[in-house]
Design a protein around this ligand. Structure first.
Ligand code: ADP
Length: 260
């Protein structure tokens, strides 16, 4: 009897060990797939601006330099492509820090109304260029305090507002609203732009996921903006949601911890 018991115990251990090994192998395979996809996406994003720059420089070297009207235009395009690469590289740095858990949130009490106004001021020019009107409707009070990482929430607001302008309608509007609830506050960034089809909505926060790839690349983003936003809000243990009607506009809402 003792022997049978011992044998059963060993069998059970072998079984457990083989299950652990199986799950480790599938985890490693998943990581490897993720790594490959990531590298593929990054090189794809960088390829366009690099090839563009090469094209502009070759045109300049090939006689374009003699023509004043051409050389200015091509240098401006080169600068635009370089800016595009800078955006991609900066966003890559942010996402890799967020995904590896390296970025530690620094919580403090601050006035969210002031922060929203700062972002709006920074994006005023971009909105003007696109003919988009930025409207901030706040409750009666000029100060609503939250407890969060100010720098990261600035980034969240900035990414959402930039998107609402980029994917907004010509002469459209972006509405920013702050609603104070019991323990939380709710912030909404709403546009009346191109909207997102229902099929695409569940994937919108994945890194490098884009509804219309060429259109979005032309707009100059990295494809990482919403992935960064989601990571930051998750890191605050808060929620972010999107609702959209194709052709009518989109609304992004997120919550933050209210502070007295
Ligand atoms: P990027 O804008 O650099 O492509 P994001 O991660 O910020 O990357 O957004 C991912 C995709 O989600 C965009 O390419 C676009 O297709 C879609 N999207 C984001 N915000 C909006 C919006 N306000 N209206 C319509 N589509 C949007």
């Amino acid at each position: 009897v003792q022997n049978t018991d011992a044998l059963e115990k060993v069998e059970k251990e072998v079984q457990e060990w083989s299950e652990t090994r199986g799950s480790l192998v599938s985890q490693l395979k998943k990581q490897e797939k993720y790594r490959k996809e990531f590298i593929g996406n990054v090189s794809h994003e960088l390829k366009t601006p690099i090839f563009n720059i090469q094209g502009y420089i070759l045109t300049l070297l090939d006689g374009g330099l003699e023509d004043k009207s051409i050389n200015r235009a091509y240098l401006e395009r080169t600068e635009k492509s370089i800016n595009r690469m800078i955006t991609i590289v900066k966003d890559l740095e942010v996402i890799s820090k967020l995904e590896s858990g390296e970025l530690k949130l620094i919580f403090e009490r601050f006035n969210i109304i002031d922060l929203i106004n700062e972002v709006l001021e920074m994006q005023e020019m971009r909105a003007k260029k696109q003919g988009v009107k930025l409207i901030f409707s706040q409750e009666d009070s000029n100060s609503i305090f939250v407890y969060a990482d100010k720098k990261e929430i600035f980034q969240v607001l900035n990414n959402l507002i930039v998107n609402s302008i980029k994917y907004g309608k010509d002469k459209g509007t972006t509405h920013i609203e702050v609603m104070s609830m019991d323990k939380n506050i709710l912030i909404e960034v709403r546009d009346n732009g191109i909207g997102i089809e229902a099929d695409n909505l569940p994937r919108i926060f994945e890194r490098f996921y884009r509804v219309d790839k060429s259109r979005s690349r032309n707009m100059g983003g990295s494809g990482l903006g919403l992935a960064i936003v989601k990571h930051i809000i998750d890191g605050h243990n808060q929620n972010i949601n999107v609702s959209s009607n194709y052709g009518e506009g989109s609304s992004f809402t997120f919550t933050l911890n209210k502070s007295k």
